[in-house]
Write a protein that binds this ligand. Structure first.
Ligand code: HEC
Ligand code: HEC
Length: 358
């Protein structure tokens, strides 16, 4: 009835209620033997007299010793029940909490092992961050792999991530196409089960330092350098597009007419917002926020650089995994005024599946 294996397995915390249960059962068994039905402890010398007619205790005896004994047992059992239930009620929550803690610690330990096996080579043995070779063999600059020991702090005030746990899960479920970060869960053909993903997340969340990284200031560096170091891996060396969209006519996409300053400042403002806050369109690679990575100067410098390479001339897309739905794509060509000059250039790079770099 009571699994001894369970008793051994349960260890300290569970042993107490199980012991109480054991005592209860033994107590009940004794009571059953002593005063239970079917066991009449009376004179037994009447072998041939039918059961119902046998003499039993005298009235006097029944009303004194017999009754006292039965009532004593009743009291004992009532006392036991009234002690056992509250005691159980007191102990049970602690037992459950301890069990939950135990499971959590096991998850963290298993997650640590998985992390060391599958992630440490890029994200660092202590989750301090690292790098991976660029998927394009022609690019020698490595691709930074973010630190994971501060991921909660980094996304605390984020516009694009409101649930870090889910964000990590999505990253493991789908990877970051076009970057060295693959999908690891079985959902996408990886080897980590849902449970293992949970364990990894438990581990990552258990070792958060809460510290934000220091911004790379790029003091004195040109916007071009900043772009080459921080943006080119996703937007292409020439801003022609890749994991992220091409940025060659991004100002125009945000209403720059090419002439007035007002629309120029408007477009710059949109770009600044994207740079500072990042952008996440569900189901695609996120554009990281750079407000923690770059100083304000560096952000302005890179916006200047992007401005310096702007061209006008209508839709011109380029993004791994296909282009986002161009706003005027199905409006047969001549949407805006003219645009002939740059239009052919646009078409040349505008093929949907450009940059098959992998
Ligand atoms: C081959 C190298 C590599 C391996 C192995 C790897 N990652 Fe990554 N990971 C990256 C890179 C590079 C990025 C950044 C991608 C980008 O720029 O968007 C990344 C991004 C992430 C992010 C998003 C971080 C953020 O701040 O946005 C998480 C979470 C993550 N990886 C978790 C893991 C876990 C957990 C494992 C192990 C199962 C793992 N990674 C294995 C290279 C790797
Ligand atoms: C890890 C890859 C990655 C890096 C690094 C990156 N971006 Fe992006 N960026 C993206 C993606 C993906 C998008 C598209 C997001 C979306 O779907 O709207 C994007 C969008 C943008 C946009 C908005 C484009 C538009 O058409 O709305 C701008 C501007 C931009 N990035 C600039 C930059 C600059 C400047 C840097 C360097 C400081 C940079 N990005 C670094 C991936 C990246």
């Amino acid at each position: 009835m009571i699994d001894p294996f369970l008793l051994a397995e349960a260890g300290g915390s569970a042993a107490v209620p199980i012991a109480i249960l054991l005592v209860a059962l033994v107590g009940f068994a004794i009571a059953y033997v002593v005063v239970g039905p079917g066991k009449r402890r009376g004179p037994k010398r009447h072998g041939d007299i039918p059961l119902a007619m046998r003499p039993y205790h005298s009235d006097e005896e029944l009303e004194t010793t017999g009754m006292t004994r039965a009532m004593a047992w009743g009291v004992a059992l009532a006392v036991f029940a009234s002690l056992f239930l509250p005691l159980y009620w007191l102990i049970e929550p602690t037992r459950i909490n301890n069990a939950v803690d135990d499971f959590y610690e096991q998850d963290v330990a298993a997650g640590r092992t998985q992390y060391q096996n599958a992630c440490a080579s890029c994200h660092g043995t202590n989750l301090e961050g690292g790098s991976a070779p660029h998927p394009d063999p022609n690019v020698s600059a490595p691709w930074p792999a973010p630190a994971l020991d501060n991921i909660v702090a980094r996304y605390q005030d984020s516009e694009i991530v409101d649930d870090v746990e889910n964000f990590i899960r999505l990253t493991l479920d789908y990877g970051r196409p076009g970057t060295p970060m693959q999908a690891f869960s079985t959902l996408s053909g990886g080897s980590l089960s849902d449970n293992q993903v949970d364990q990894l997340i438990a581990y990552i969340l258990s070792v958060q330092t809460g510290e934000l990284p220091e911004a790379t200031s790029y003091v004195g560096a040109s916007g071009e350098d900043v772009f080459a170091n921080e943006c080119a891996r996703c937007h292409g060396q020439q801003a022609e597009g890749g994991v992220g969209p091409q940025l060659i006519n991004v100002f125009e996409r945000y209403a720059w007419t090419g002439e007035d300053d007002a629309s120029l400042e408007e477009a710059r403002e949109v770009i600044r917002h994207v740079l500072e806050n990042g952008r996440d369109v569900p189901g695609k690679a996120p554009m990281p926020a750079f407000d923690q990575t770059l100083s304000a100067d560096a952000i302005e410098a890179v916006i200047d650089h992007i401005e310096s390479i702007q061209e006008l001339g209508g839709p011109r897309f380029g993004q791994i995994g296909g282009d986002p739905q161009p706003p005027e794509a199905d409006a047969d060509g001549d949407t805006a005024d003219g645009g002939e000059g740059e239009a052919d250039e646009g078409t040349a790079s505008g093929g949907t599946d450009i940059d098959s770099e992998d």
